[in-house]
Ligand binder design. Structure first.
Ligand code: MRU
Length: 362
């Protein structure tokens, strides 16, 4: 086990290991991924979730597809594997990005063992890239927190976050949480308001768990509390993650992010999305019109899971016959964002701002 990391390749067993996030915070279980199908299931069943971690899992999935190749046209098989992985979850662009990059490293010119080796190296390098990106996002975001802390005479900086854009959503440190972890490490007092994030409760279950493990002061709040806290000047800064960011700076993130951005704008609270460039969809310019929004099983809305008498159990919370709708994500328009915290620095959520940091994409 690689201490604070969420996914790693176990060389002794020749397989991928990851945390089964469906069971946190009640049980901390490690699962093994040996095949393409297991990698796809891990993504679709939300054993792993969060945009960067989905991308890294898909990269290992491509490697495992190569490793288990049993004949036929290797390149065709890889293409099929990539399409199969891509069909698992639609919103986080990291998935398609990782599959396309993996497909770009293999070639009909190489032998199958050589291609498998290239796929492995690619998966390992993407994993490392996400670790580096998280750290750099953390270093840039840290300066925002430091500046607020100095203005407040070192009273705790109050950060609100939505869903889990923490280390569990990445490989290490997270995106939205990376500045928080580094501020805590630097001795800057921080306190995090953790939106519970219905329906799957990634905030209450995952963000609260990982902040607790790190000893970071936090309070879980119902999703609807953020506006009230902002009106009463109890939030200094909002930092959320992103599943897909368009070139004009629109951000798709967990459902409910948009409402937090509206409340922040109404109350003059700075609102940032923290994201690695692997989350930018360079081809899109209008998030609301163009980003596919995942719709998930209604059971996530109608049934809750919790701990009762030391047992994890499920209970229905709505009338049996009431229909439900379960949109997984929403889009926060760029105009509501104060800025984007990326691995290369902080920029305005505009085409110019993004391209100034990533001139090679012009
Ligand atoms: O449905 P999930 O849990 O995969 O959604 C995760 C989020 O919305 C995160 O905020 C996002 O992926 C950013 S992760 C650094």
């Amino acid at each position: 086990m690689q201490n604070s990391q969420t996914i790693w390749f176990n060389r002794r067993k020749n397989l991928v290991e990851t945390i089964d996030q469906r069971h946190l915070p009640f049980r901390n279980l490690i699962v093994e991924i040996r095949t393409l199908d297991e990698a796809r299931d891990a993504i679709s069943e939300m054993i792993v979730r969060g945009a960067p971690l989905i991308g890294v899992t898909a990269a290992y999935g491509m490697y495992l597809a190569g490793l288990n190749f049993s004949g036929g046209d290797f390149m065709e098989e890889m293409k099929r594997a990539g399409d199969w992985l891509k069909s698992s979850r639609p919103t986080a662009v990291n998935l398609a990005f990782a599959v396309d990059e993996a497909l770009a490293v293999v070639s009909g010119q190489y032998s199958v063992p050589e291609n498998i080796q290239l796929l492995f190296r690619y998966a390992e390098s993407l994993r490392q890239r996400e670790i580096d990106f998280s750290r750099n996002i953390g270093l840039h975001g840290l300066e925002l927190i430091r500046a607020i802390s100095e203005k407040k005479n070192r009273q705790p900086v109050q950060v609100l976050t939505h869903c889990n854009a923490g280390r569990l959503a990445c490989v290490e440190l997270g995106t939205a949480t990376a500045p928080i972890y580094l501020a805590h490490e630097a001795g800057i007092p921080v306190h995090v308001w953790v939106d519970e994030t219905r329906p799957r409760n990634q905030g209450a279950r995952l963000t609260a768990w990982e902040l607790g493990e790190a000893g970071i002061p936090h309070t879980v709040i119902p999703d609807n509390a953020g506006g009230h806290l902002m009106q009463h000047r109890m939030v200094d800064l909002v930092i959320v993650g992103s599943d897909r960011t368009t070139l004009n700076g629109d951000v798709a993130n967990k459902i409910g992010t948009y409402l937090k951005a509206l409340a922040a704008a109404d109350n003059g609270v700075p609102f940032y999305a923290a994201l690695p460039s692997t989350t930018i969809d360079w081809a899109l310019n209008d998030g609301v019109a163009e980003i596919p929004i995942e719709q998930r099983d209604g059971r996530e809305v109608s049934v809750m899971e919790g701990m009762w008498n030391n047992e994890v159990c499920e209970f229905r919370i709505i009338p049996e016959k009431s229909p439900v709708a379960n949109y997984g994500f929403d889009v926060t328009p760029a105009r509501l964002l104060t800025g984007l915290i990326t691995e290369r620095g902080i920029c305005r959520a505009t085409r110019e701002g993004i391209l100034n940091l990533f001139p090679e994409k012009r």
